[in-house]
Write a protein that binds this ligand. Structure first.
Ligand code: ATP
Ligand code: MG
Length: 562
């Protein structure tokens, strides 16, 4: 993971704190997910940022579940989040914490605030509280319960805790200032009554703390120095500070940065859940999903996601990051380490009419031109081959240099062939090509140097392994999926062609033994990963991670040139 020491505004703050010894040289960050969904690439950004900073300053990094909302949280999400943080390289060592483990301490602190006259039990319901909160231009109205005595507040709050009152009948509120220009400071709710089962606390608690009350306390208990969060919490910082100051406890610094937005992607757990529940995707780990489990299944490496997160940096301004940056990161990573292979996705049979029947040659193919140590492998060559349908045109358009009747191409690692005859079925579909090969043009031999304009990949037909291959396109048709017509929602922008399943691709023999999760570059076709759910050695299923070139950028560019 990153130890990048570029100076962004967060590192500037930390450097200053180091200079003044504000936290005695300590740097301690955390990632605080709510376990109500799977992590997405925005969370990955936050993990890489928080862990990267802890690492760069020789500090510590905690994983802490902000599990204060029993109604939406589940153990399944806890497990997946722990797994994803580890996979991304966020090493929290033995510091896995749960906000709910601090409920008793938070409760005691709430009693302290009551005793200090800084909190009161309010009998207004949620609607009444909302109505009395005022607006940006008008102050709020004080609750009629604001001036209860400390004794009465203590009694009522203790009875709230014992479970004596029904859901929603009372709240504990901080007594701050109903006329504050910051609405968050208008006597905010600290506790709600919720009789619900908690995934860790069981039925222990009939009251639950709000995010604002709980979060700073959790940070304080853990000795966090820099509590990094997204910009929507900027207006909550005065409240974060108010609670810690009112209690007089250890006080971390909250710092906000702009959340990651990715083009053609939704990054909201609520919307991702809608995609899953509406069966628009096959699950949280559908390879088209922007979830960490989705990217992992698609074949992304943790390193490529770390590089992406580093490259986009942190900022105070919202922006939409181009997906091509993420795709660049995985291409760059796999270019260095992915084994090359030949695979024909949309096969067209080729018969080399002058190649002896029954003969097979073993040709040498380079495993990775970027890695001298990767060596070579043998691939079988014979009279019957498959090439891509796209590499042949009966009537070639201008500047088409691949195969067409009477023209020649080089077969990668093999010979130059010439197309002599096109065979069609009764419906006029091309079923095979009859070609001749030039035995004097074997790759690597002294006569091989004869120039032809194009080299194409191929697979020996009798040796080919059949496989399903899945190609993916963006899930949404618009860069901003929330840009919708009236009465519609983001689902109306779903791309109906985001998944293309190719049922019978032809792969070179070595690929038949791929283990789930193995990654390859299929020459000219992109980077592919053997699916971790559906692929088995002997019966491979591959997902395309990414194409070799940024074809989208080109298409968009072409669109603009028109
Ligand atoms: P969502 O908006 O998807 O529901 P969330 O903010 O509610 O996400 P949390 O589990 O509360 O999800 O988030 C955990 C941490 O991840 C928080 O610190 C939050 O600021 C950060 N985070 C969430 N989304 C993004 C994002 N798009 N970019 C950067 N950080 C993010
Ligand atoms: Mg949140």
């Amino acid at each position: 993971m990153s130890t990048d020491t570029r100076i962004d505004f967060i590192r500037e703050i930390i450097n200053e704190d180091q200079k003044t010894s504000k936290y005695k040289g300590r740097v301690h960050t955390r990632f605080p997910p709510e376990p109500n969904g799977y992590l997405h690439i925005g969370h990955a950004k936050s993990i890489c940022l928080n862990y990267g900073i802890a690492k760069a300053y020789g500090g510590k990094f905690n994983l802490r579940f902000d599990d204060t909302n029993p109604e939406t949280e589940e153990q399944e999400y806890v497990d997946s989040i722990i797994n994803d943080v580890k996979w991304l390289g966020g090493d929290f060592e033995d510091r896995l914490f749960f906000g709910s483990d601090y409920f008793e301490q938070m409760y005691q602190w709430a009693l302290d605030l009551i005793k200090k006259g800084k909190a009161f039990v309010c009998d207004l319901n949620a609607d009444q509280i909302r109505e009395s909160r005022g607006t940006l231009t008008e102050p709020g109205k004080e609750s009629p319960f604001r001036n209860r005595t400390i004794e009465e507040n203590l009694d009522l709050f203790q009875r709230m805790r014992k479970g004596e009152f029904p859901n929603g009948s009372r709240t504990l509120r901080a007594k701050i200032d109903m006329a504050s220009r910051n609405i968050n400071l208008r006597d905010p709710v600290m506790y709600r009554i919720v009789h619900a089962h908690h995934h860790r606390q069981g039925d222990n608690w009939p009251i639950y703390p709000t995010y604002d009350w709980a979060h700073g306390l959790e940070d304080s208990i853990e000795g966090i120095t820099h509590s990094i969060c997204t910009l929507e919490f900027e207006n909550h910082r005065p409240l974060y500070d108010w609670y810690l100051d009112a209690l007089g406890v250890y006080h971390p610094q909250q710092i906000e940065f702009a959340r990651l937005n990715l083009g053609y992607t939704v990054l909201s757990k609520r919307k991702l859940l809608q995609l899953v529940e509406g069966k628009h995707v096959s699950g949280w780990d559908d390879p088209r999903m922007p979830t960490v489990v989705g990217y992992r299944r698609r074949g992304y490496t943790p390193e490529s996601i770390q590089v992406f997160c580093d490259k986009i940096g942190v900022s105070k301004k919202e922006s939409i990051i181009d997906v091509s940056m993420l795709e660049w990161s995985i291409r760059d990573d796999l270019n260095k380490r992915a084994q090359r292979a030949m695979a024909v996705l949309k096969p067209l049979k080729v018969i080399l009419t002058n190649y002896p029947e029954g003969k097979t040659e073993q040709l040498q193919a380079v495993n990775n031109p970027e890695d001298e140590n990767a060596g070579t492998r043998a691939i079988p060559f014979g009279r019957e081959l498959y090439i891509e349908q796209d590499d042949f045109r009966e009537i070639p358009p201008p500047k088409y240099f691949r195969l067409s009747p009477g023209t020649e191409v080089r077969l990668r690692y093999a010979y130059i062939i010439t197309c002599e005859k096109v065979i069609k079925d009764s419906a006029g579909n091309i079923t095979e090509l009859h070609c001749t090969y030039d035995p004097g043009t074997k790759s690597g031999s002294s006569t091989a140097g004869r120039k032809v304009k194009s080299t194409i990949h191929w697979v020996s037909a009798p040796d080919a392994v059949s496989a399903q291959v899945r190609l993916y396109d963006r899930l949404f048709l618009k860069e901003d999926p929330d840009d919708v017509d009236e009465g519609k929602d983001f689902l109306s922008n779903l791309n109906p062609n985001s998944l293309e399943v190719l049922p019978d691709c032809k792969l070179e023999p070595m690929l038949g033994n791929a283990n789930p999760g193995d990654r390859f570059q299929f020459e000219r076709m992109g980077y592919f990963c053997a699916d971790t759910k559906d692929s088995k050695p002997g019966a491979p299923v591959f997902n395309r991670i990414v194409t070799l070139k940024d074809t989208w950028a080109k298409i968009e560019q072409r669109g603009k040139e028109k």
